[in-house]
Design a protein around this ligand. Structure first.
Ligand SMILES: Cc1cc2nc3c(=O)[nH]c(=O)nc-3n(C[C@H](O)[C@H](O)[C@H](O)COP(=O)(O)OP(=O)(O)OC[C@H]3O[C@@H](n4cnc5c(N)ncnc54)[C@H](O)[C@@H]3O)c2cc1C
Length: 424
């Protein structure tokens, strides 16, 4: 057991314990996996269950990336409207993609149950909250689209939304019954535990520094030793480094910060009483949820400015909670953190075949709990001969996300300005 600075509140309160795995033994394996988040661990779990020998390399600790830092919304689908997905992928592939993603939360919940992962699961849906009348019109459109596909979503009136959220501030909402909330770090640790029990090995604090092709095998090189692998999967998403040329430049990263209050006991009896998490329709969105112990966790796009005790982000959070819940009274914050979100130019996640027997799944656009889990399962299918059609999305060429570095810099400034403005 190691003691690092916590990456978020989720690790501190997780019932799944933190484990420092150190299984690296120089040998040959069927599959080397780079990244100890949902993608890497789901790939490891599903591959190990199919009898492949696999080893996961994690540069830091399990859940160090987005998987240990996120909001914990187990959402179906992607940000795009179903119609937009079909426009990009075509009707047949689009339908396949949307079906896989609609079923994805159910699959995540089934893994949680199967492996008895202690991750505060609430299968009560998630809510897209309308911050304005225009936002509400947008939700109506989404509702119509999901209705056409027969998916279980409900449009909530202003009054219903007030009852679900405990706040009079929203114009309405869209409740997605397929979805739910979890402690995201606990889920990640649970996947690691399950993958290891299935036969996968894991080494933490072991960054892969080089991949070399050597007589139809990959030589996976780290400062702690190396292994030979028939196949490699890179699952490093927003935390991708320069390991594979061009992979990092295929995505753009945006920051998202969150702040957790101390447990608020009876004071939050009427706030999200059924434990749905929500995010709003604002251009610079914010998210809000509660945990099983009665903490409120609020976050938004942007860097964490200050700490949980003082600074702009803390002041922003205080103001927002006061605006949303005028009767709540003063709150103290326990933990604040931020993470990186990997964006793609078409807003869809990508699977790349980077070279012979070398794959990467990347660019989840802030929807990674389901995406990482089902991509891991699909990659396991692909590597055990099930064919590329098992993938929710066809493999694509690695493309440079042009010009986004400048846009990202602009967004960061806009996010900071937004926080500053709303914290006064
Ligand atoms: C603040 C925030 C809120 C979010 N909210 C949600 C949400 O509510 N719902 C949702 O579905 N998604 C959400 N997301 C997105 C989601 O967290 C990610 O898409 C998901 O965690 C990606 O999982 P992953 O396994 O692909 O990558 P990660 O979990 O990011 O893991 C990548 C890992 O690779 C490791 N790594 C990098 N380079 C190397 C190397 N060379 N060698 C070895 N290891 C390496 C890193 O240390 C890291 O641990 C959010 C993301 C953030 C940041």
């Amino acid at each position: 057991m190691r003691h690092n600075d916590p990456v978020s509140i989720w690790g501190l309160v997780s019932q799944e314990t933190e484990n420092y795995y150190n299984d690296l033994v120089e040998r040959e394996v069927d599959l080397a996996i780079i990244g100890g988040g949902y993608t890497g661990l789901s790939t490891a779990l599903h591959c190990a269950e199919k009898g492949l020998s696999c080893h996961v390399f994690e540069a830091k600790d399990i859940g160090f990336g987005g998987s240990g830092r996120n909001v914990g919304l187990v959402n179906a689908g992607v940000w795009l409207l179903p119609q937009e997905v079909n426009k990009i992928l075509g009707e047949i592939q689009g339908k396949h993609f949307l079906t896989q993603f609609s079923r994805a939360p159910e699959y995540v919940f089934s893994l949680i149950e199967k492996y008895r992962i202690q991750c505060e699961v609430a299968r009560t849906g998630t809510i897209h909250a309308a911050h304005s009348l225009k936002g509400y019109s947008n939700l109506k459109l989404r509702k119509e689209e999901w209705d056409r596909l027969g998916e279980p979503v409900d449009l909530l009136s202003r009054e219903e939304m007030a009852a679900y959220s405990g706040s009079p501030a929203f114009c309405g909402g869209l409740l997605d019954h397929r979805a739910g909330t979890i402690n995201p770090m606990a889920y990640c640790r649970g996947l690691a535990r399950a993958a290891r029990a299935a036969g996968a090995s894991i080494s933490c604090q072991t960054p892969v520094s080089k991949l070399e092709r050597n007589a139809s095998r990959w030589r996976v090189i780290t400062p702690n030793g190396e292994i030979m692998a028939r196949n490699v999967v890179i699952g490093t998403n927003a935390y991708t480094d320069e390991l594979w040329p061009g992979l990092r430049r295929s995505i753009a990263t945006l920051p998202y910060f969150q702040i957790a209050t101390l447990p608020l006991g009876n004071r939050i009896k009427t706030i999200l009483p059924k434990r749905q998490g929500l995010w709003d329709t604002g251009k610079i969105m914010f998210s809000l949820r509660r945990d099983i112990s009665g903490r409120l966790i609020i976050g938004s796009m942007g860097d964490l400015l200050g700490s949980s005790k003082s600074g702009v982000s803390c002041q922003w959070a205080r103001k927002q909670l006061c605006r949303l819940f005028p009767g709540l009274g003063p709150v103290e914050f326990e933990q604040a953190w931020q993470g990186q979100i990997a964006m793609t130019s078409d807003h869809l996640p990508h699977v790349h075949k980077l070279s012979e027997n070398l794959y990467s799944a990347i660019g989840y656009n802030g929807r990674g709990i389901t995406t990482g889990t089902i991509f891991g399962k699909a990659l396991a299918g692909l590597l055990t001969g099930e064919g590329a059609e098992t993938l929710p999305i066809p493999t694509s060429q690695l493309n440079n996300f042009k010009g986004f570095r400048f846009k990202a810099a602009f967004y960061r400034i806009a996010f900071a300005g937004n926080q500053l403005f709303k914290s006064i």
